[in-house]
Design a protein around this ligand. Structure first.
Ligand code: NVA
Length: 315
């Protein structure tokens, strides 16, 4: 049996991503009508990295769907240390209907998916953050209308999980995705190539530039992320110090003013005011970050119920 997963954004086709976004919008309007996990069925939710929003939104999502969120501290479970990822996957696969995992390397979640025999959802790895992008696309759609043809500018660390997921998920949605990042922090070449291919298929485009103003110019949505991702703590001086290579990419009111007058500002959070974003932007009228944060719940309900349904239909 082929088991579907969401390990990276392009595990979904463009049509499937659109279907999940439509489902998320329906679920948001009628929060307790989808009872896919009634039983309650168990979803294992594992964290090898810090979390607030992801634990809250997945726990709420699973509860709303009628299921039970079994939150597992990855440090306690020592996945891949105390026993192999494959063995953890086999154990969880017998008792849960899906696995949600926040971990480090993409290879770890790929191994989990290979052995679990139930759907596995990436709740952030070093390389991708697909659930956040689904929430962001839902938010952009709510505030700016149909996605195809809109321009999303992401400025900051072009080599991190958010940049990679904006490239793939944005391309699938038919967006014009612009990444403004220093030359030393370019997106991974294979992801960029894949995004260019998907964008061409969907009528969007991909632009990578080291000019933050060119990236943001006339955009419908402007996004950024922390300059120091989880796991990069030993680079904090280089990334956040006085000579930070990201300083020109900070979303100040001046940079935001280069986007469309009614452009929205997105940030996956946690945010560091005075670094990647000015307080007046994230706390200002163009910011939709709290809608975006709430939309994690609706998007994740949609993706979980969709994947579990696919799995049941296939079985
Ligand atoms: N790029 C950030 C995203 C946090 C949600 C990180 O990986 O820490």
């Amino acid at each position: 049996m082929i088991v579907r997963h969401l390990l990276r954004d392009d595990d979904l086709t463009a049509a499937e991503q659109a279907e999940i976004l439509a489902r998320a919008a329906r679920i948001k309007a009628h929060p307790f009508t989808d009872r896919t996990l009634a039983g309650p069925e168990v979803v294992a939710v594992l964290f090898d990295k810090q979390t607030l929003r992801t634990q809250v939104s997945f726990s709420a999502a699973i509860a709303h769907l009628g299921g039970f969120p079994m939150v597992i501290d990855g440090k306690l479970a020592a996945i891949g240390v105390r026993e192999s990822i494959a063995d953890v996957a086999r154990v969880l696969g017998r008792e849960a209907v899906a696995i949600v995992w926040r971990t480090h390397g993409q290879d770890r979640i790929e191994e989990m998916a290979q052995f679990a025999q139930i759907p596995v959802v990436n709740a952030l790895t070093d390389d991708f953050h697909p659930c956040q992008i689904l929430a962001d696309l839902l938010t952009i759609q709510e505030h700016r209308g149909p996605l195809p043809g809109l321009t999303l500018a992401y400025v900051g660390d072009g080599a991190n999980n958010m940049a990679h997921s904006y490239l793939l998920g944005g391309a699938l949605a038919g967006l014009h995705v612009r990444i403004g990042t220093p030359a030393a922090y370019q997106p991974r070449a294979d992801i960029l190539e894949r995004a260019r291919h998907l964008a061409a298929e969907q009528g969007g485009s991909i632009t990578v530039t080291d000019d933050p103003v060119a990236a943001v110019d006339g955009a419908d949505a402007v996004a950024t992320d922390t300059w120091v991702s989880m796991g990069q703590e030993d680079e904090v001086d280089t990334r956040k110090g006085e000579a930070s290579p990201f300083a020109p990419y900070a979303v100040t009111a001046d940079l935001m003013a280069r986007a469309k007058p009614d452009a929205i500002f997105l940030h996956c959070l946690p945010a560091y005011r005075g670094y990647e974003v000015a307080a007046e932007v994230i706390d200002g009228p163009q910011s939709v970050v709290w809608d975006e944060s709430e939309n994690r719940l609706h998007a994740q309900k949609a993706v979980l119920s969709w994947l579990v349904e696919q799995h049941r239909d296939a079985g």
